[in-house]
Design a protein around this ligand. Sequence first.
Ligand code: SAM
Length: 321
Amino acid sequence: MISDSHGRTFRNLRVSLTAACNYACTYCVPDGKRLLPARYELSGEQLIRAVTLLIKVAGIDKVRITGGEPLLSPKIDEFFPAVMRLGLKDVSLTTNGQLLARKAAMLLDAGIRRINISLDTLNPNAFREIARSGDLATVLAGIDLMAEAGVRIKINMVPLRSANLDQVLPLLDYCLKRGFELRFIELMKMGHLRAGNQFTRDFIGMDELLGMIATRYTYTRTEAPFDSTAIRFEVPGKGTFGIIANETEPFCATCTRLRLSSNGKLYGCLSNNRSHWLSPVLELLDAEAEAALAQILGQALGDKQPVRFQGEWTVMKFIGG
Ligand code: SAM
């Protein structure tokens, strides 16, 4: 297994199925435009070969399917069941939930066990202001459908000072009541947030969040797996929540993530826009492909930041978060 001087390896793969999204969240993209013409994106078949090779050569045992919006891509119908059949330790999906009801049968038939749904507010007006599209009631109905089918649910919320700070406690109440785990994601300085004052204006750190939560709940910090991105907290008798504290407590030193963009590039670090073309490798026969991939993975591992998340110009909608 390839590892670096910090002992880091690649274990978690995030595959962006498409760079297209049906939302244009204010903190994710500066406009609602599709970032890549679909003709430059890998096919479902190529993506499956890529994942199969990465499992073998990099030792990947967890795959998260993301985007853009993964449920928007027709490739999901082929890709999701195929990935579920690869015998991985964990397969998960990150979605904005808008198309969940439409895709529920396929996901459930394929054996989905858990799902992360991005939901920044329970207020319908604020929802449209942040996402610049979509419908809150449709998302909530999709979440209910998955919960009723027994799928484990995590809700991702990005707290933003100017847009949804009043939603921290309502969203936590909503999740604890239903047995979902809420994950607060500290705003990351990605894409257009690298310039201007939007990041500084909207960033809410872990300490402030915990202060707000303490006004309603008592909680204790709990153990999390060594390479977990989230710091986890238990609310005794009620459930758990997590904080992905990129800025407050960076987890770069234990990061095991590798990212594959929908146009066939591997990224070793979210905070480094250096990428490595995988597409040519997919044209090779197995033995040659594996040797070429091993070299690329060594380079990609070298792209990881040593200790601190710096942010990048890469747009989250492109790389998938
Ligand atoms: N469309 C899917 C979704 O909404 O979950 C998957 C892609 S989206 C880019 C993945 C996650 O990245 C979402 O939870 C979103 O809130 C988060 N995200 C996007 N831009 C971010 C930023 N600048 N800082 C922190 N999280 C961000």
